[in-house]
Ligand binder design. Structure first.
Ligand code: COA
Length: 133
């Protein structure tokens, strides 16, 4: 099936970019979904940490869709956008794009997810977020 290539979002910067390596593969030689989930969690936590102004923990992954596979050598870019700020929680939408063999002309959105984080204090208790920040 021919791919319909996309372009990276031009109006925002990725919070994370990395090349998928042979050590990140599953038993069949494609990139392991758990590795992508890990990158999504890291990318979302960077946005949540910035918005919370400090330590956050992941409390829930409320949606996760792996649209297409990722292959060794793909340049993976994660975009994160805060979509909701509660009393102590922050929900982040993460979009993941892969550029095949790092070629910008062969770009696909491979994954999207909604991840919720909770701002915590030094004792790991939920901490109110400053809504004026
Ligand atoms: C995150 C944690 C501190 C929350 O503690 P808690 O006593 O459940 O806190 P609360 O019930 O007050 O919930 C805190 C916030 O999380 C939200 N929340 C809890 N469960 C949720 C879920 N499944 N989906 C979405 N939001 C959720 C609550 O709605 C609340 O948000 P708000 O303050 O903005 O209204 C606790 O569950 C925890 O430590 N979990 C383990 C986290 C972890 O180890 N993550 C992996 C390492 S980063």
């Amino acid at each position: 099936m021919p791919e319909h290539y996309e372009t990276l979002p031009s109006d925002k910067e990725p919070v994370l970019r990395l090349v998928a390596m042979p050590t990140n593969t599953n038993a069949f030689g494609d990139i392991f979904g758990g590795w992508i989930m890990s990158q999504v969690d890291i990318a979302g936590s960077i946005a949540a940490h910035r918005r919370a102004g400090g330590r956050v923990v992941t409390v829930a992954v409320n949606a996760f869709k792996l649209h297409r596979p990722v292959f060794i050598g793909d340049l993976v870019s994660c975009y994160a956008e805060v979509t909701h700020v509660g009393r102590t929680s922050i929900t982040v939408h993460v979009d993941v794009y892969a550029e095949r063999d790092t070629d910008p002309a062969c770009c696909l959105r491979v994954t999207e997810a909604d991840v919720t984080y909770v701002a915590v204090d030094a004792d790991r208790r939920p901490r109110p977020i400053d809504h004026q920040a």
